[in-house]
Ligand binder design. Structure first.
Ligand code: P61
Length: 460
């Protein structure tokens, strides 16, 4: 089947309130045209993020009732540890309440001022946590990643020539580790191939530099390897994951994505000295090592979610649902990033709103219009989210890509709701000339997209 249907039936439902266009207009005005400040119960289809928004299974909810809330040595921790070891293969397992805490612990322990951390593309929290240590976060993805039209099967790959040049320029002693983000969220949710990972490993072994994965969407990445990479069609996604993680020395993970939970994360690694230092820091800022900022029930849900996410009927539906949205849009001529990624469809706002100059934040304007007209919430990505500035003038640098990400929560929306999203966007595309630009009226110094405010420009 081209687009597999839902491999589950619905046992519990959460009603969604319908709002009018006038109500949404008022909410936009009150929120400074920032969709992070629109109350979620005034959103019809919420595609702001796929993070922490999954629907848990009956099996996970049953596990929640078996939560052992002992301060130390909870049985759920041991189950969780055993599941992480069996999938990821790393000996030391450190639970955290979400991904950025795992990043913060790792970088505050091993990254020193003046160091450099390469990645295919750092996600914003990863970059912010590297920069917080006064180190440099380098993005070294292949150049095709920046071309929305280029249809490569593994557009998240690391550019090995750029990586080797960076190592030679910076010196291996200033590179404490290299990261690979699977899938590459900031570059369109694109996967990284096993071959690229193998070659990155070989290169880093020569320079004795550890390799870590930002593993948030590892199962989706492994599913793409099965679908697209020669030699893997008959390998289970679980075995693909085992091979992939075996090339690395550790990982950070936000289980809010491919852990199929609403909260949770962890660090997995083999270096026992690092693990000890990280654990000491964990005790200072998160909690005892057998709960790491989570309740026992959360650890149980995460252990079960990590197993479920590897079910291949789940993954074929998941990847198929995202692709379904992408293909409906593409067939109607709506400009999107191609090929469609694992967790989201990315609208190419520059091409969608070609009448708006970059200074008028076309991607933010498109996200605002989508909410106002249809109650659909996506998220602006790149200009506002990453907020790169020219150090001399302090002005915003407008990057190559201006995107609106429509991230699909896991197991939450039916294909009919996804069809509604596609039809709405197609209609909006037909009247795109009516969409107005924005002016930013407030911005915070870091992670500005959460609190930025805008005002709408009048029609000229
Ligand atoms: C997202 F607007 N992602 O995509 P935490 N690495 C990677 C991520 O995608 C990621 C984290 C680390 C989110 C949530 C989010 O400014 C924002 O569990 C590849 O969220 O700490 C998170 O994991 C961090 C949305 C995060 C944002 C930060 O929607």
């Amino acid at each position: 089947m081209k687009f597999p249907s839902e491999p589950f039936k619905i046992k519990v439902v959460e009603p969604i309130k319908h709002t009018t266009r006038e109500e949404r207009e008022r909410l936009l005005c009150e929120s400074g045209y920032n969709l992070f400040h629109v109350p979620a119960d005034s959103v019809y289809v919420d595609l702001l993020t796929d993070s922490g928004t999954s629907a848990m299974s009956d099996n996970q909810w049953a596990g929640m009732m078996l939560g052992d809330e002992s301060y130390a040595g909870s049985k759920n921790f041991f189950h969780f540890e055993q599941v992480v070891r069996s999938i990821f293969g790393y000996r030391c397992v450190i639970p955290t309440h979400q991904g950025r805490m795992a990043e913060n612990l790792l970088f505050s322990t091993v990254v020193k001022p003046g160091m450099v951390v390469p990645n295919n593309i750092h996600f914003d929290t990863t970059r912010a946590n590297v920069e917080h240590q006064r180190a440099e976060a380098l993005d070294l993805v292949i150049k095709e990643a920046y071309d929305p039209q280029c249809e490569l099967p593994f557009k998240g790959n690391m550019d090995l020539a750029k990586l080797e040049a960076a190592i030679n320029r910076v010196g291996r002693e200033r590179i404490p580790l290299v990261l690979i983000t699977i899938t590459n969220n900031s570059g369109g949710g694109q996967p990284v191939s096993m071959d690229n990972i193998r070659q990155t490993r070989a290169l880093l072994t020569r320079y004795r530099i550890p390799l870590f994965f930002d593993a948030c969407r590892f199962a989706e990445n492994c599913y793409f390897i099965k679908e697209r990479e020669p030699g893997y069609a008959e390998t289970s996604v679980r075995d693909i994951a085992r091979e992939l993680f075996n090339y690395g020395d550790g990982c950070t993970m936000s289980a809010k994505k491919d852990g199929l939970v609403n909260i949770g994360g962890f660090l997995g690694l083999n270096n026992e000295q690092w693990a000890q230092d990280l654990t000491n820091m964990l005790i200072l800022v998160e909690g005892f090592p057998t709960y790491g900022g989570l309740a026992g029930r959360d650890l149980e849900a995460m252990a079960r979610g990590l197993e479920e996410v590897l079910h291949e009927d789940y993954l074929s539906f998941r990847i198929g649902q995202v692709r379904y949205l992408g293909e409906l849009l593409d067939a109607a001529g709506v400009p999107i990033v191609k090929p469609v990624g694992g967790h989201a469809v990315y609208l190419n706002a520059k091409a969608f709103l070609s009448h708006l100059p970059p200074a008028e934040f076309p991607a933010q304007a498109l996200a605002v219009a989508l909410y106002r007209d249809y109650g659909i919430r996506g998220v602006e990505m790149v200009t506002v989210m990453f907020g790169k500035k020219d150090p001399a003038s302090g002005r915003t640098i407008h990057p190559e890509l201006e995107l609106v990400r429509l991230a699909i929560p896991r197991r939450v929306y039916t294909n009919m709701q996804i069809t509604y999203v596609a039809e709405s966007i197609i209609e909006l595309y037909r009247q795109r000339e009516t969409i107005r630009g924005l002016r930013m009226t407030y911005e915070a110094p870091v992670l500005r997209h959460f609190t930025a405010r805008f005002e709408e420009l009048r029609k000229s």
